[in-house]
Design a protein around this ligand. Sequence first.
Ligand code: HEC
Length: 99
Amino acid sequence: MKKMMIAALSTGLLVSASFGAQAAPAKAATCVGCHGADGNSVVPNFPKLAGQHASYLEKQLKDFRDGFRKDATMQPFAKGLTDAEIKELADFYAAQAPK
Ligand code: HEC
């Protein structure tokens, strides 16, 4: 039991340690078209996500999902996301360099 917990813990550490070098989270595939691969969107009406604070991005995504922030274009893409997926997306875009 103790061994299992240690194994689980070190896996978690490995995952977070290698995160910076990893590709975008799976869910980001649906965001690319509008926000760019690294969150630097080129269309003026699509906000840049790169380099924004993770806590801000997380709140905006939850607000879109839960209907507190309304936008007909963006809301459908936030709808199906879990809290964990939102956190992963927020951390990813926050870690990208704004251009
Ligand atoms: C079809 C285009 C489109 C797609 C796809 C899309 N978005 Fe958006 N997104 C927008 C638009 C437009 C806005 C600005 C909405 C507004 O004016 O309130 C926005 C706003 C946002 C914001 C708020 C940014 C800020 O500065 O307040 C976040 C965060 C965000 N999108 C994340 C995502 C993520 C994550 C995905 C993929 C799961 C995604 N978007 C997919 C168009 C899109």
